[in-house]
Design a protein around this ligand. Structure first.
Ligand code: BES
Ligand code: MN
Ligand code: MN
Length: 461
């Protein structure tokens, strides 16, 4: 048996228990009520990096949550891998849909995870995937096989837009100098068909507010005679897509990179079952932009989605009222060449322009970020590909992902290095949803595959 397999086998209970302890801390970055827990998680990560063999670890303060930094520099002439991950998690709500507490990790078997999976918020996104790197480092230090230098940068604000990390990266170019950035915060096709994410979508996130009359009104006395902000908002939102589900904002598609027929044919070769997809989501049919298939709609095409909408009376029973205000949170996923700040401006101008007389509209931008595409003709990709090939026995397929990690584009801009996205999660792991989980198989496979990336990257450098 390989040394790494033996090491995992010998230490598997501890590897699981250490992750379980991390998952018990509710490090919800979006909710200030959890501030102490977020900070406690940062400390726990720092300690784990020191124990795993980093020579230097530190908590780097920012205007928000701290960044945990660690490094092990073995020789200046060797290549340096910079590992990025995040220790913050999404809010767990709606709580009543969890089968067990989001911060009370338990192991259960599922159809796709017959060996069991750890259920907890952050299990896959991203504590479980980030911790694979810590354990891979432990293995390499303990067995004296770390072939290159390594730096860790684990942040606590990924789920809220990484604004302070952007400042940290700009101010610490020398400290963060590296030859490749390695991230496990994405997924793969299945446990028998690994894939490497070669693209992330950009994001523009806005909030809109529609104001009608200066106070809530009796819907009988005033109904029909004044603009109802909720009716108006619903109509405005509906108008943002046409009958082909194209987005109607003028200029929205101007810079969208169109893939060639060959590139699209290549994408279509990835194993995929529409039936299984529909079944897993309990839907009769898929939905989306005309002219594109599902795997294109959620990866190479931009989107516009309402993430939340509210206003008026939502309590028990009925109240006959016309609300003074209506609100929505809207996100747009962007593809390469679309600039998120430009798109935010286009949205704002258009949304204000379609407001009817009788209401006022306010658009407030939240966060955003650029998309990213990793070339597949570099040694980082080749090293990752060889590593998966060794541990899965199957060649990984390059695949563009639909999610966003906005900081990745900034890494390239500021640090001039490419990012390799070695994800080990599955789409069905329910990240951001109730009952998030991470397969035990996936956790250990990640720990097994990562040292091989280091080995091949160093050999190819
Ligand atoms: N890990 C995800 C991103 C992801 C997941 C990319 C799966 C590809 C496949 C990350 O934590 C995330 O959720 N990002 C946010 C963006 C952020 C600015 C809030 C997202 O994509 O919504
Ligand atoms: Mn993540
Ligand atoms: Mn996330």
């Amino acid at each position: 048996m390989d040394a790494i397999k033996t090491y995992i086998e010998t230490n598997k209970e501890r590897f699981l228990n250490e992750l379980i302890e991390l998952l018990k801390i509710p490090s919800i970055s979006a909710d200030s009520a959890y501030k102490d827990d977020v900070l406690k998680t940062a400390d726990a990560i720092k300690d784990s990096l020191a124990r795993a063999g980093c020579d230097h670890v530190e908590i780097c303060e920012t205007d928000g949550y701290p960044i945990v930094y660690g490094e092990k520099i073995i020789a200046p002439n060797l290549p340096t891998v910079l590992v990025y991950g995040h220790y913050d998690v999404q809010p767990p709500d709606p709580l009543d849909l969890w089968e067990s507490g989001p911060f009370e990790p338990i192991i259960k078997k599922t159809d796709l995870h017959p060996e069991g999976a750890i259920f907890a918020r952050g299990a896959c996104d991203d504590k479980g995937q980030m911790y694979m790197h810590v354990k891979a480092l432990e293995y390499m230090t303990e067995t004296n096989c770390l072939p290159c230098n390594v730096k860790f940068m684990i942040e606590g604000e990924e789920e809220v837009g990484s604004a302070n990390l952007a400042v940290f990266v700009k101010n610490n170019q020398e400290k963060l100098k590296n030859d490749v950035i390695l991230i496990s915060d994405t997924g793969m096709i299945s446990n028998t068909q690994p894939s490497i994410t070669t693209g992330l979508r950009g994001l523009s996130y806005v909030e809109v507010e529609v104001t009608g009359p200066n106070r809530d009104l009796h819907s009988g006395l005033y109904g029909g005679a004044v603009a109802n902000p909720i009716n108006v908002l619903a109509k405005m939102i509906a108008s943002l897509h046409d009958e082909n589900n194209h987005i109607t904002i003028p200029g929205f598609y101007d810079k969208v990179e169109e893939l060639s027929r060959e590139e699209r044919d290549e994408m279509a070769k990835a194993p995929y079952s529409l039936d299984a997809y529909k079944k897993a989501l309990d839907i009769d049919d898929v939905y989306g932009e005309a002219g594109y298939v599902t795997n294109e709609r959620n990866a190479i095409r931009p989107t516009l989605d309402v993430n939340g909408i509210w206003g008026g009376y939502t309590g028990e029973g009925a109240k006959t009222v016309i609300a003074s205000k209506a609100y929505a949170k809207i996100s747009m996923r962007l593809v390469p060449n679309q600039d998120w700040e430009e798109i935010t401006e286009l949205f704002k101008t258009h949304f204000e322009s379609i407001a009817p007389e009788g209401v006022r509209v306010k658009v407030t931008p939240h966060h955003g970020g650029q998309g990213y595409v990793t070339p597949i003709d570099n040694i980082g990709f080749q090293a990752a590909s060889k590593a998966y090939m060794d541990t899965f026995g199957v060649k990984p397929i390059p695949q563009r992902g639909g999610g966003s990690i906005p900081i990745v584009a900034l890494f390239e801009e500021e640090l001039k290095s490419k990012t390799i996205l070695m994800g080990f999660g599955l789409d069905s792991d329910a990240i951001h949803s109730p009952n998030e989980h991470f397969g035990i198989f996936n956790y250990f496979k990640g720990i097994e595959t990562i040292p091989l990336f280091y080995k091949y990257f160093t050999e190819l450098s």
